[in-house]
Ligand binder design. Structure first.
Ligand SMILES: C[C@H](CCC(=O)NCCS(=O)(=O)O)[C@H]1CC[C@H]2[C@@H]3[C@H](O)C[C@@H]4C[C@H](O)CC[C@]4(C)[C@H]3C[C@H](O)[C@]12C
Length: 326
């Protein structure tokens, strides 16, 4: 399972937890403006916006899991098994494969309005990257900095759905409209202590702090994480400094982090949070933590030549770095 979220506190932040039982050798990857972005059925983008994000690069092709462009538009792909339904080639449409989708949109669009124009013409065509890397069933969170608005994009059996996402979070199944509806069931949650509405005939005691959050779901499943991360994010403090806000953002994501050995999948394996990312979308800085390294690491896209023609990538720093004080 995975979780993605946005957060605004002065600047605009976008990030995700990547939860899985295996790694694809992903690295923080910068695609400069003049790296030719090729597509199976669409013309090459010789010149485009520069991108920074997490990607696996195969045959010099960046397969982005999540990314942000130099204009602050961001996207993340999350698992959507059993629902994602990619389509056959369609004449007259922009036939873009899901593995190309992030680069196609972020390479060309600065805003959600521009992205919506491309989404109107798009056909998410069923073309695998390779036999070894077939398509994954995904849906996407997309956010811009200007309006602070967020979209969810899902390609179901009945076609493409582009939802306004007023919460600014995404997890996995079920469909987004059901996740949103489910929040109706949690209106009772509060960061404040409850008042007794149970009965005036009883004297009830707030015997513990945090009673307003009793009933907040804590499961690893995607509906539980949706509620928990939405509640955490919508009540998150807004700091004064970059460090404070990056810290706040990681607290939001880590509220739904998956610890090892709690979410069993096939072959006696367990899914866990491989990395958590936080992009400052206004400044093009990609921060991340990994399961084994709680320290926040950062890559700044503006410290490299964004007019280049070659991909630039950074291995994840995966070793725990303890700050010894004596
Ligand atoms: C599995 C990842 C999503 C995380 C997630 O939601 N996990 C939950 C698993 S589950 O619900 O519990 O089954 C997704 C996000 C982005 C995906 C990758 C990107 O789409 C880029 C390429 C695309 C290729 O078609 C397949 C490999 C791949 C490298 C993908 C592998 C995998 O499907 C990734 C890494």
């Amino acid at each position: 399972m995975c979780t993605a979220a946005t957060y605004t506190a002065g600047d605009h932040y976008f990030g995700r937890n990547l939860d899985l039982e295996l790694s694809y050798g992903e690295k923080v990857t910068i695609t400069p403006r003049n790296f030719p972005l090729t597509f199976r059925k669409m013309p090459t983008l010789e010149h485009h916006y520069a991108l920074i994000g997490m990607a696996t690069t195969v045959d010099n092709y960046p397969l982005y899991f999540d990314a942000t462009n130099e204009k602050g538009l961001s996207m993340a792909g999350l698992n959507y098994p059993g629902n994602a339904d990619y389509k056959p080639y369609a004449e007259g449409k922009d036939n873009v494969s899901p593995f190309e989708f992030v680069s196609w949109i972020l390479g060309q669009c600065a805003t959600l309005a521009e992205a919506k124009v491309l989404l109107d013409k798009i056909n998410l065509v069923k073309i695998d990257f390779s036999e070894q890397l077939p398509l994954s069933p995904l849906h996407w969170l997309m956010a811009e900095t200007a309006s602070e608005k967020t979209l969810t994009i899902e390609c179901d059996r009945d076609g493409l759905h582009v939802y306004d996402n007023p919460v600014g979070v995404l997890t996995n199944n079920p469909q987004f409209d059901k996740q949103l509806f489910n929040l109706n069931n949690y209106q009772f949650l509060s960061p404040q202590q409850p008042e007794n509405k149970f009965s005036q005939d009883l004297e009830l005691d707030n015997y513990s702090r945090g009673l307003g959050t009793r009933g907040l779901p804590g499961g690893m499943d995607s509906m539980s994480r949706f509620v928990k991360v939405a509640f955490t994010k919508l009540n998150a403090p807004k700091g004064e400094t970059e460090n404070e806000n990056v810290g706040n953002f990681f607290h939001i994501l880590h509220s739904v982090e998956q610890q090892k050995n709690l979410d069993g999948v096939e072959n006696n394996q367990f899914e866990f949070t491989i990395y958590s990312s936080c992009v400052n979308a206004d400044r093009g800085i990609y921060y991340y933590t990994t399961y084994d390294n709680n320290q926040i690491n950062a890559v700044d896209m503006h410290k490299v030549d964004l007019d280049g023609r070659e991909l630039i990538d950074y291995d994840l720093v995966n070793e725990q770095n303890i700050n010894w004080q004596n």
